[in-house]
Ligand binder design. Structure first.
Ligand SMILES: Nc1ncnc2c1ncn2[C@@H]1O[C@H](COP(=O)(O)OP(=O)(O)O)[C@@H](O)[C@H]1O
Ligand SMILES: CC(C)(COP(=O)(O)O)[C@@H](O)C(=O)O
Length: 307
């Protein structure tokens, strides 16, 4: 049963659930020059996965703006991205509510699978529905994008997770400003995660050193639109940004020995491959012997949505 409360100009729904897919970036070029967060972002290429973050929001009245965030599934060291989104919605509604927020995540945090972007987007969609703020999809996407930019946890992830699919990001910025082209795909993604890398640390210290190659790769991929070439480029990009550890190299060589190309997820000690369904179990068997998390998933083609 849905209970509605009429409060001021907003029609509260009390409770809402939204999902946003995780996302893997194979290579990118950061665009952090513009002053306003909506115009910051990245171009690059990657794809959304069916694993991601589901966020449930329950609203009750309160005498001051309050919230509680609980996380189930893979845990996070902090909730700053969610807090940013909550603050933005409190500015819009003005009345006082207690927000009970629950993030359920099926992607590990910090491995380049876009958990921060998926947290921000799923929460923004759920809050908009539950609070009845009736924002446009674009505006919801922009709040989530700004959260990522503010917290330095991502640049182009929200734009990609918002749209879904396998994408080439051709213009940087938040949803409504940035743009992308989708490539049709039937591949499954198999991912192996060793250790996390903080996107914030990378953006703060390394970004200025790595901005030459990603833009050229976008141009090349727009011509070929070939997902196997995308994997080659991702590997080339990872070498260029010096993120390949000996463990990762071992997996890359092992997969290559069996005839599979691989890419590196920005930013994590994470290798992924794209294979037809018929090859999934062979690849999983190859990766199982490593003492690491293996995720077998498909491409999410729909993007962020209210459930
Ligand atoms: N389940 C979650 N609940 C709350 N915040 C989360 C969750 N998952 C990720 N985050 C936010 O995202 C940050 C990690 O972002 P980042 O280093 O970019 O990792 P990833 O590569 O997984 O996106 C965390 O420090 C936290 O602020
Ligand atoms: C690569 C990254 C800057 C971070 O991605 P993640 O670590 O998954 O949050 C991404 O947002 C992008 O712009 O492509």
């Amino acid at each position: 049963m849905i209970i509605f409360i009429f409060s001021g100009k907003f029609k509260l729904n009390m409770q809402a659930v939204a999902f946003a897919p995780g996302h893997i970036t194979g290579f990118f070029k950061a665009e952090v020059g513009p002053k306003d967060p909506e115009h910051k972002g990245s171009i690059g290429a990657g794809f959304c996965i069916k694993e991601g973050v589901t966020t449930k929001v329950k609203i009750t009245s309160s005498d001051r703006p309050e919230f509680k965030i609980t996380v189930s599934g893979y845990k996070s060291d902090n909730t700053q991205v969610s807090e940013f989104v909550v603050r933005e919605f409190f500015k819009i509604v003005k009345e006082n509510y207690f927000l009970d927020i629950e993030h359920k995540t099926t992607i590990p945090v910090g491995y380049g699978l876009g958990s921060s972007g998926a947290v921000a987007l799923s929460l923004a969609f759920a809050l908009n529905k539950a609070l009845g703020t009736n924002l446009s999809r674009t505006k919801i996407g922009q709040i989530a994008h700004n959260a990522e930019i503010h917290c330095k946890t991502g640049l182009g992830t929200v734009l990609s997770s918002y749209h879904g699919g396998f994408e080439i990001r051709t213009k940087h910025g938040a949803p409504g400003i940035g743009s992308l082209q989708k490539i049709h795909t039937d591949y499954s993604a198999i991912v192996i995660c060793f250790s996390p890398i903080s996107t914030k640390q990378f953006i703060k210290s390394e970004l200025s050193k790595i901005n030459g190659l990603g833009g050229k790769m976008v141009t090349r991929l727009l011509e070929s639109r070939d997902q196997m070439e995308f994997l080659d480029m991702s590997l080339e990009f990872a070498k260029y940004v010096h993120v390949i550890t000996p463990k990762m190299q071992q997996v890359i060589d092992d997969l290559a020995h069996h005839g599979f190309k691989s890419g590196v997820a920005m930013f994590g000690e994470t290798i992924f491959t794209l294979v037809p369904k018929s090859k999934e179990s062979q690849v999983v068997r190859i990766l199982e012997k490593y003492n690491a998390m293996v995720i077998k998933t498909e491409i999410d083609k729909s993007g962020a949505r209210v459930s």
